[in-house]
Design a protein around this ligand. Structure first.
Ligand code: ADP
Ligand code: MG
Length: 721
């Protein structure tokens, strides 16, 4: 409970040693019930939470200006004496408070349209104040609207709002920065010195990082000598300390969990004929594996041979041939009498995998398909075969996760387009193996920038397939503005006449009246227009997520067979779909999509030997930045390069999918800006876990205490599988 009156506040804050920075935020002077409630709604509960509510920017108010030297539009502080103030009544009962003030170099007008109550009385003639605001010239005189006021003339450093570099905080529920300054100042006076030092001394020393308590103080109230651009860019050593600390703790959890998983038991696969079976199957393929695929196979087979579970992510651009790698992995397990499961995010994909497996491997590995469409009688028989331990590769959708599905000998799980699944779903599949944990191979076509791979996927080993199978010609990509549409349509027409096929992708299924969506073209409406007005001589099909599964696969099949020339769709075709005769990809409102997503969509074409095209139709009103962003795709087909650009431009959300609901738990660290710190922190953690995995050494007391205190809480934040 928050203390009710001042005396309790005093007595409890003066004996802070008990709970220190972990006491409730109400113990900070100035935090009453209202502010406390606002803080609580933002998850700021303890003093420590408050102290790590870091400024988002800084203002240089180290020097006061005079009225004569004020410059229009430049935020400044000036010490003045009030000459007069008055309320001007407006129509409708509102009033404006206006004051005139001077510093003997000139006069300044101050105005409030919503004056705080009682302000007019405090602005009596003769009162000394320091005002901060952005001056504007009005009728030949400078005026400031809603300036910040410091009362009295003191320019000593003890004044929090002038005469210093002042922190600027994110405004919460209309609470201005100056209120935060005051509260944070109080918090630092009382609690700053007891801010816990969680980092091992050796790590701090290695990188010459300051202590936590010094850093907290300097970040909120920097000394006047501090470099403003460095502060604003979070590039001071004080900031670096917390950036490193966030990464260090994060990596510690992730790598510790990885160690733990590596100690679990799994069924080793390989020596009893599995490796040979995979090699034989590889030799029988109609093509030779690319270098990247070969490396992947070697890494995977080495992992499988251990009696601890593999946890490996294979990332490779669309078309890089990840499926074959997964199938060879399954073959190794099957050859030793074990079972394997391949889970795909959609029925279309699961069916495609099933058919391709038949085509590519014929009867050389035993497969079965299980989706929502599988008839009940067939399903029953299949489930019984799985329970009996028949060595087969089960390919399917989420249907694999359902309760009655039980494997007697599940040794390998393969998860295609893994970012489309939640952590829980992957975990469920892995539990289907009984008492031994199956080896897990996760596939993703969204190349993940290295820094993200180390954080979001830090508990996985990562294999990267960088090259595409030979014989693919690059896709010609063009950003098209609305007024060039006609020309593009003609080019498409000639491709269609030559017997090729086209995808048209839209951000919406139907037209929408919702704000911000009214001007968007939708798949349904445009399918109609394309079929009747633009390409009446060709057959147009429509695919979207609201269709029934059987409707979807029927449309997809007709497109594959060439009965449909144009497939109008939402992003449901994004993953995996393989129609080599399709050479045209048109994406409407390309500005609405992330670059990596566009790159994936584009990967639906360029799968055969013919020249393919991708047209990114972009709305004429888009800003410069968007056009620039889309240009990245014109110039690059390297998924990794595109992913890096996406991370820089749009942040990590794009990549995480359902793996983590929300962003990564970093308050100060930024994966792009601070990636060097991430690498350092990770290396330090790896070293620490090698020499002292249980933190037994005396030097690890701080970290040990931190884990005891907050370890479980922090683990919750991670939610990795
Ligand atoms: P993705 O990595 O996007 O899942 P796929 O596994 O669907 O890619 O492979 C795309 C196509 O390339 C498939 O038709 C597959 O049979 C073919 N393929 C895979 N590996 C090779 C290779 N080494 N040489 C030639 N074609 C290959
Ligand atoms: Mg695939």
């Amino acid at each position: 409970m928050p203390p009710k009156d001042k005396s309790t506040t005093k007595s409890s804050t003066s004996s802070t040693s008990e709970t220190g920075v972990f006491s409730q935020v109400q113990y900070v002077k100035g935090v009453g019930p209202r502010l406390g409630a606002v803080f609580a709604s933002r998850g700021i509960e303890s003093v420590r939470d408050l102290l790590t509510f870091f400024p988002r920017a800084y203002e240089d108010r180290t020097r006061l200006k005079t009225v004569a030297t004020l410059e229009e539009g430049i935020k400044s502080s000036v010490a003045v004496r009030v000459l007069s103030s008055r309320k001007i009544q407006m129509r409708g009962g509102r009033s404006i408070l206006e004051a005139r003030a001077t510093d003997d170099t000139g006069t300044l007008s101050l105005k409030w349209f919503h004056a705080p109550r009682g302000l007019d009385a405090r602005l009596a003639a003769g009162t000394q104040i320091i005002v901060t605001g952005t001056p504007k010239l009005y009728l030949g005189r400078h005026e400031m609207i809603h300036p910040e006021i410091s009362w009295g003339q003191s320019t000593e450093v003890s004044d929090l709002n002038v005469g210093r570099i002042v922190p600027v905080y994110t405004e919460l529920d209309g609470i201005p920065s100056r209120s935060f300054r005051k509260v944070l100042w109080e918090a630092i006076q009382k609690f700053g010195a007891s801010f816990p030092e969680d980092l091992p001394e050796t790590c701090r020393a290695r990188h010459s990082l300051p202590t936590a308590s010094e850093s907290i103080r300097e970040i909120h109230f920097p000394s006047n000598e501090e470099d403003i651009p460095a502060l604003v860019g979070f590039a001071t050593r004080w900031h670096a300390r917390f950036i490193y600390e966030e990464f260090f703790k994060f990596e510690f959890f992730v790598l510790q969990r990885r160690l733990r998983m590596q100690r679990e038991l799994a069924r080793p696969v390989g020596v009893a004929g599995g490796r040979k079976a995979a090699d034989d199957l590889e030799a029988s393929l109609p093509f030779e594996l690319t270098g990247g695929q070969k490396v992947a196979m070697k890494e995977i087979l080495d992992d499988l041979a251990r009696d601890h579970p593999m946890n490996r992510l294979v990332q490779g651009d669309v078309g890089s041939g990840k499926t074959v790698v997964a199938l060879l992995t399954a073959a190794a397990a099957l050859a030793e009498g074990a079972q394997a499961a391949l889970m795909a995010p959609t029925e279309i994909l699961a069916e495609q995998h099933f058919k391709n497996t038949q085509k590519l491997l014929g009867g050389r590995i035993r497969t079965a398909l299980l989706t929502g469409k599988t008839p009940e009688s067939e399903r029953k028989v299949l489930l019984e075969r799985l329970r009996q331990g028949e060595p087969l590769l089960l390919i399917g959708t989420h249907a694999l996760l359902e309760d009655p599905v039980e494997f007697a000998e599940l040794a390998v799980v393969l998860i295609d387009e893994q970012h489309r699944f939640g952590v829980e779903q992957r975990r469920t599949l892995r539990k289907k193996g009984g008492d031994r944990i199956p080896h897990a191979l996760l596939l993703t076509a969204t190349p993940i920038p290295r820094t993200l791979a180390l954080t979001a996927y830090g508990d996985l080993a990562v294999t990267t397939i960088r090259e595409l199978p030979p014989g693919r010609s690059p896709i010609r990509t063009e950003v098209v503005l609305a007024n060039q549409r006609a020309r593009t349509y003609e080019l498409i027409r000639s491709e269609l006449r030559a017997g090729h096929q086209a995808y048209f992708i839209y951000p919406l299924i139907q037209d929408s009246e919702a704000e911000g969506f009214t001007s968007l073209r939708s798949a349904m409406t445009e399918a109609e227009t394309l079929a009747t007005e633009v390409f009446p001589e060709f057959k147009v099909g429509l695919l979207h997520g609201q269709l029934r599964p059987d409707e979807k696969s029927e449309i997809m099949d007709r497109f594959k067979r060439g009965e449909l020339h144009i497939l109008v769709s939402t992003t449901v075709v994004e993953v995996g779909v393989d129609v080599p005769n399709a050479t045209i990809m048109v994406i409407e409102h390309a500005e609405r999509f992330g670059l990596s997503q566009l790159h994936q969509l584009r990967g639906r074409v360029g799968r055969g030997s013919a020249q393919s095209y991708c047209f990114l139709l972009s709305h004429p009103r888009v800003g410069e930045l968007t056009a620039e962003r889309l240009k990245v795709l014109e110039g690059s087909q390297d998924g990794f390069e595109i992913a890096e650009a996406d991370l820089r431009l749009r942040g990590p959300g794009e990549f995480l999918g359902t793996r983590q609901s929300g962003a990564l738990p970093f308050r100060m660290a930024d994966l792009v800006r601070d990636k060097d710190w991430l690498i350092k922190a990770r290396e330090d953690v790896i070293e620490l876990l090698q020499v002292d995995p249980h933190l037994d050494r005396p030097g690890q007391k701080p970290l040990r205490e931190f884990l005891a205190r907050e370890g479980r809480l922090q683990m919750e934040l991670l939610k990795t599988s």
